[in-house]
Design a binder for this molecule. Structure first.
Ligand SMILES: *Cc1c(COP(=O)(O)O)cnc(C)c1O
Length: 301
């Protein structure tokens, strides 16, 4: 059983314990690139087509070379197959602008010659915190993101709808929350609107309604959330994209942080207030599971 699996975009299986990046890779120099994180289950990458669609969308937002979907698809399938069906895995896709030295254009500020982006797929074990978050839920605090819900539309260069590699502040927010005795974070806007987690989508349940903030508020569209909505709609839930105030988080039946690896983590404490599990908590968890199992082959992102 492999401990890590590494496949490059040309389909080559690489030794995950050997260096792969050049020192001048722009992904490392500037965080200038995009990524995806997927769950590997039973030897296949889950919600594959959705992740491909979002990768393409993120790459377009950064003006990276077009994503070669068939190469990513086969690299992901190959890596998941080598990983095997025995246990879950975390699959990461990394796609960067490539080597700085390939862009040397001392006189012209324009167009590099032939862009050679860096792309690879890495599978590793699921971190220990995941099992606990799935079963026991997470303690969450709100943290200011310092942006308005209008920023996404007013400032497209902020790349709020893209999953970029520039996640240093997201990781800092999580460390801050941990120092304060929490497991995770819900970001809020300058208007006290709910945004998202540093690596997850916020969905609240109220009666037979599911509500998540719309992408135009400056949150990343979530694969897990969308997969949930697909099946929840059919199961009779009223699934909405609506702006939420932080006050709404205290006035609902349950709050969920959704993400591709952890799937559904119920918020069991928010800003110091305990939230007990509602009767339909297992139903919601089941819908998320069904959702990601079924969104394997649907395309439109
Ligand atoms: C990845 C991510 C999400 C959504 O997670 P999915 O894996 O798409 O379900 C939400 N917010 C942020 C900031 C993320 O990085």
């Amino acid at each position: 059983m492999e401990d890590r699996v590494l496949v490059t975009l040309d389909g080559a299986l690489e030794d995950p314990d050997s260096p792969l990046l050049y020192a001048d890779d722009i992904g490392a120099l500037r965080g200038d690139g995009v990524f995806e994180t997927l769950l590997v289950r039973r030897g296949v990458p889950t919600a594959l087509e959705y992740h491909l669609g979002r990768l393409r969308h993120s790459a377009q937002a950064l003006e990276l070379p077009d994503v070669e979907l068939s190469k990513w698809r086969s690299a992901a399938e190959e890596a998941a197959k080598v990983w095997g069906p025995e246990r879950e895995g975390v699959m990461r896709w990394v796609y960067t602008r490539g080597r700085d030295s390939d862009f040397e254009a001392p006189t012209s500020e324009l167009a590099p010659e032939t862009p050679k982006p860096t792309g690879y797929v890495l599978v590793s074990p699921v971190p220990g915190r995941v099992a606990k978050a799935r079963t026991e839920g997470v303690k969450v605090m709100s943290l200011a993101r310092g942006i308005s819900i209008d920023l996404a539309q007013a400032a497209p260069w902020q790349l709020l709808g893209a999953k970029t590699l520039s996640y240093a502040t997201n990781m800092a927010a999580l460390r801050f929350a941990r120092r304060m005795g929490n497991d995770d974070v819900i970001y809020t806007s300058t208007e006290s609107r709910v945004l998202e987690g540093p690596r997850s989508t916020v969905v609240i349940a109220r009666d037979k309604q599911l509500i998540t903030p719309p992408a135009k508020n400056g949150v990343l569209p979530g694969v897990t959330q969308r997969s949930l909505y697909n099946v929840a709609e059919k199961a009779g839930w009223d699934c909405r994209y609506e702006s939420l105030f932080t006050a709404d988080l205290f006035d609902c039946d349950s709050i969920w942080l959704l993400s591709s690896v952890t799937l559904a983590a119920r918020v069991n404490q928010f800003d110091g207030v305990r939230m007990s599990a509602p009767d339909n908590a297992d139903e919601i968890r089941d819908l998320v599971e069904q959702g990601i199992e079924r969104s394997g082959s649907i395309g439109d992102w």
